[in-house]
Design a protein around this ligand. Structure first.
Ligand SMILES: [Zn+2]
Length: 221
């Protein structure tokens, strides 16, 4: 599965941040990622661009933000990560970034509706946009949890996007997909009024996605 074996949470987070930068999903030190641990979670440090980050710069904190391991301060957005891990047992990893097209929609307060069947990769028939709240605030944490209800990704109003997954790999893949969908939706809006899929059409896609991404033998029904 993995291109290279990753031995520590810090190395995995570093690899993730480098891939976020390489995919053009973040500029400078915006964007952060975390992975759940036995006592809390490992998260990227605050104010550190990926090209300067080292694997041992990652910080492990408990759900209240107390540092368990590491010497740097955790990302200022740690309360949002903590709230999501608390509310979502299915979240093993979180990727947050200010990718251009997702952020542009979030600045207009626009949900991404079912304009394309791939919207279902986030778990439902829309990708919600949360209200705005100050970065690092408890209000933002609560908005993110609400917008992620029955979803694995959402837009954060006037801010960016966030994606969760059962691994850093899957959270990153979803963040990349959300950015592409946001770009496509923006382009469709520029042309005219996108034709939306209805509830039955999206339910059909969601059912089909239950086995999506799994290798399947050709002789299986
Ligand atoms: Zn942010």
């Amino acid at each position: 599965m993995h291109a290279h074996a990753v031995t520590t949470p810090g190395a995995a987070l570093l690899a993730c941040m480098q891939r976020i930068a390489a995919a053009g999903l973040s500029q400078g030190s915006s964007g952060n990622a975390s992975v759940r641990s036995a006592n809390g979670f490992w998260i990227t440090p605050t104010g550190m661009p990926p090209q300067r980050m080292h694997a041992d710069d990652a910080v492990e904190i408990d759900p209240g933000g107390r540092v368990l391991a590491g010497t740097l301060r955790p990302s200022s957005e740690w309360p949002m990560h903590a709230a999501i891990y608390s509310a979502r047992p299915d979240a093993q990893a979180i990727v947050h970034c200010h990718s251009r097209h997702a952020t542009a929609l979030a600045c207009c307060g626009r949900d991404i509706p079912a304009f394309h069947y791939m919207v279902a990769v986030a778990g439902g028939d829309s990708i919600r946009c949360s209200p705005y709240a100050l970065f690092g605030s408890q209000a933002l944490a609560e908005h993110a949890v609400a917008a992620l209800r029955e979803r694995r990704a959402c837009l954060l109003g006037n801010h960016g996007q966030i994606a969760i997954g059962d691994s850093l790999e899957s959270a990153l893949a979803l963040a990349i997909e959300v950015e592409e969908l946001a770009a496509q939706y923006g382009a469709a809006l520029a042309i005219g009024e996108p034709r939306l899929l209805d509830g039955a059409q999206m339910r059909e896609v969601i059912e089909r996605f239950a086995g999506y991404g799994q290798p399947q033998r050709r002789d299986e029904p």
